[in-house]
Ligand binder design. Structure first.
Ligand SMILES: O=C(O)CCC(=O)C(=O)O
Length: 185
């Protein structure tokens, strides 16, 4: 995680050369910053699966009670909170793939269009799954996918686990209110 912290801090600092910014800025604008980074590696020893969900939480430096920000949680020692929907709608996630990714090693599956429906209740997620086919995001090594955090997504355990390394970077151009600070800021 330490190594990747250096990488995404650099991405923020050296805006001009970053091809990633060419993808992010037309959508979020020039103020967009990395606000959270996660490194995933799905291997035989860490062969997880994740049920259908939306990414509803953001990572912040510390807990400060602000209206509209709840519930709070702590993951890996980092404070997380669910922000108002307007913040989530202003975010983009880019997933940079360091290995070929497909059905055999637990690629992300998504339901197109679901990010436009706001925060979904469990029964609404079921309805999306029933009415829309999911898409498996096959990405070649060195490729990237961009998604909205509100896009319904899941991932299966790898059938043929090796490495499935992904650098997951969340961008947002919004500032947080009343002293709340993004974890990466
Ligand atoms: O990379 C994965 O397997 C799952 C990632 C995921 O579900 C997430 O970032 O919310």
């Amino acid at each position: 995680m330490e190594t990747y912290a250096v990488i995404y801090k650099s991405l923020n600092r050296f805006r001009a050369w970053s091809n990633i910014r060419l993808l992010i800025e037309p959508i979020l604008g020039g103020e967009a910053r990395v606000v959270r980074g996660i490194f995933f590696d799905k291997t035989a020893a860490a062969n997880w699966k994740v049920a259908w969900h939306q990414d509803l939480t953001i990572a912040v430096r510390e807990r400060i009670e602000v209206e509209g920000y709840h519930p709070w949680s702590v993951k890996a020692g980092i404070v997380h909170v669910q922000p108002p929907i307007a913040i989530l709608e202003n975010m983009l996630t880019i997933r940079i793939h360091l290995d070929d990714t497909g059905e055999l090693n637990g690629a992300l599956q998504v339901i197109p269009g679901s990010h436009k429906a706001g925060r979904l209740l469990a029964e609404e997620m079921q309805a999306w799954k029933a009415k829309r086919n999911s898409v498996t995001c096959r990405i070649e090594r060195g490729g990237a996918m961009i998604m909205r955090p509100l896009l319904l997504h899941s991932s299966s355990a790898a059938i043929d686990p090796g490495h499935r390394r992904v650098l997951h970077l969340e961008y947002c151009s919004a500032k947080l209110p009343d002293g709340l600070r993004w974890y990466e800021s």
